[in-house]
Design a binder for this molecule. Sequence first.
Ligand SMILES: *[C@@H]1O[C@H](CO)[C@@H](O)[C@H](O)[C@H]1NC(C)=O
Ligand SMILES: *[C@@H]1O[C@H](CO)[C@@H](O)[C@H](O)[C@H]1NC(C)=O
Ligand SMILES: *[C@@H]1O[C@H](CO)[C@@H](O)[C@H](O)[C@H]1NC(C)=O
Ligand SMILES: *[C@@H]1O[C@H](CO)[C@@H](O)[C@H](O)[C@H]1NC(C)=O
Ligand SMILES: *[C@@H]1O[C@H](CO)[C@@H](O)[C@H](O)[C@H]1NC(C)=O
Ligand SMILES: *[C@@H]1O[C@H](CO)[C@@H](O)[C@H](O)[C@H]1NC(C)=O
Ligand SMILES: *[C@@H]1O[C@H](CO)[C@@H](O)[C@H](O)[C@H]1NC(C)=O
Ligand SMILES: *[C@@H]1O[C@H](CO)[C@@H](O)[C@H](O)[C@H]1NC(C)=O
Ligand SMILES: *[C@@H]1O[C@H](CO)[C@@H](O)[C@H](O)[C@H]1NC(C)=O
Ligand SMILES: *[C@@H]1O[C@H](CO)[C@@H](O)[C@H](O)[C@H]1NC(C)=O
Length: 391
Amino acid sequence: MRISQAAVLAVASLVYAQNATQASNASHAVVQLPSEWLYLLPQPFNSSIRYSWLNSTTTGNDTINRALEEANQSRFVSYSDEFTQLVGPNPNVSTIQCPQGAPECAFEAGVWLPDTDEVWFTYLDFDYPYNQSITSFSLRNGSAQQVVTDPPIRYPLGGYYFSYDGLVYFTEYNAATSPATIITVDPKTLHVTPILNSYQGIPLAPCDDVVVTRVNNKDYIFLTTFSLRDVLGSKFPRQRYDTAVWRFDLHEKVLQPVISANEIVAPNGIRVSPNGRTLYVTNTAITDQSKLEDQASNITKSNSIYEYDLNDQGKPVNGRLFGLVRSGIANGLHIDNAGRSFNYIPFHPIDQPRIGNFALAGNKLVIGADTFVVVYELAEKLVTPGNLLTN
Ligand SMILES: *[C@@H]1O[C@H](CO)[C@@H](O)[C@H](O)[C@H]1NC(C)=O
Ligand SMILES: *[C@@H]1O[C@H](CO)[C@@H](O)[C@H](O)[C@H]1NC(C)=O
Ligand SMILES: *[C@@H]1O[C@H](CO)[C@@H](O)[C@H](O)[C@H]1NC(C)=O
Ligand SMILES: *[C@@H]1O[C@H](CO)[C@@H](O)[C@H](O)[C@H]1NC(C)=O
Ligand SMILES: *[C@@H]1O[C@H](CO)[C@@H](O)[C@H](O)[C@H]1NC(C)=O
Ligand SMILES: *[C@@H]1O[C@H](CO)[C@@H](O)[C@H](O)[C@H]1NC(C)=O
Ligand SMILES: *[C@@H]1O[C@H](CO)[C@@H](O)[C@H](O)[C@H]1NC(C)=O
Ligand SMILES: *[C@@H]1O[C@H](CO)[C@@H](O)[C@H](O)[C@H]1NC(C)=O
Ligand SMILES: *[C@@H]1O[C@H](CO)[C@@H](O)[C@H](O)[C@H]1NC(C)=O
Ligand SMILES: *[C@@H]1O[C@H](CO)[C@@H](O)[C@H](O)[C@H]1NC(C)=O
């Protein structure tokens, strides 16, 4: 019941922030539209699959057109009373800039550390010219600083704070001289420990995102590898294994592929439900980054989100489609205490600055916008420190 409720809410709970800069001046913070308009409109109506539905949908009814235009300009769009209440009438919005010397520091990860109320993001580009590439944004004092780990981390991307062991798990991309690796960072000592980097001697494909969960008292790392050649360029050579979702059993110390590219062409974001029994994986089925706007109209791709049950052995089973992404790409994914999920595309138009990921931090929604983060203070808590499996 929880699961089907989560599915409905995820569709209903789209958050839309037009442009992080413009957004803070939006005339309306929250506009609630009838959810019926998502599937039933008076004829004639017209919409372009290349653009978001609010940007491009018109009907023969001026009242509906005005409401859509108003929603298109507002920071949050709600399709249910529950989501309107969650956002609150006028969510406080503030920004925190990347620190000096670390431009474009806020793109991937989005890891909330409840003890210190900071959010860690990783950089935007694969050519980031800094050896330290995690930035901490303090939600207490609104400042940002680079996280200096030992040893330095060069190419981290996705991250997850696992509160059972108090460690932050990161994926590291491969580089010319280093394989993709899953590492942990102890937020207290900033000490880095490598966990895995290969399968039977073959380096993993570039690791994109990671989540850690507990099923039947056993802890498992789930990670996505992502090796789309044209997107990432020659610096990151394609390895022999294709893209896959892998699982590492932290008790038995066994690494296994659990979802192949036959099921998900390019697994990217990955998270579990609050009860630890549903795994969500985004599918970034792009082969040409210049054609982001054509994703949904190309039947050879499936730019989408999948869900799987995690069975008693912690294996993903019963994979099924959860949602299609209309434009842009399916990237980072987070799930709140109530099993509600947020996805990339509603937050932002497809043009720059790109948004890859975000964090849920208590009652705050923290969106990475390349050179700064946007912090929305909502009316209700999304995640609480005591909730161990959503982050
Ligand atoms: C937003 O408001 C600020 C001042 O409150 C103003 O300087 C800025 O130009 C406004 N931006 C837009 C896009 O209206
Ligand atoms: C529908 O919108 C497209 C552009 O998005 C436009 O080319 C077309 O003429 C429109 N059709 C109608 C009937 O308004
Ligand atoms: C939606 O907002 C964007 C950005 O402000 C604007 O360019 C576009 O024309 C708007 N679309 C509609 C249908 O109002
Ligand atoms: C236009 O849509 C609104 C909202 O659904 C509805 O109340 C109204 O009757 C419609 N107007 C016409 C002329 O159909
Ligand atoms: C909005 O957030 C900022 C930064 O956290 C804070 O300084 C300010 O007091 C908040 N304003 C309100 C009205 O809560
Ligand atoms: C990064 O580390 C490498 C190896 O330690 C060093 O040669 C290089 O100068 C460092 N680059 C920067 C920008 O600090
Ligand atoms: C903000 O808080 C962090 C701890 O979360 C601390 O490391 C940093 O020095 C503080 N910055 C300022 C400007 O107070
Ligand atoms: C759909 O995507 C595939 C793979 O990128 C590409 O080869 C094909 O040309 C695309 N088709 C259209 C109609 O854009
Ligand atoms: C909105 O649609 C127009 C075409 O009608 C397009 O030029 C523009 O890029 C779109 N904006 C967004 C934010 O999708
Ligand atoms: C966002 O708004 C600012 C201020 O109006 C503008 O400079 C910037 O180009 C806009 N970015 C996008 C992606 O529309």
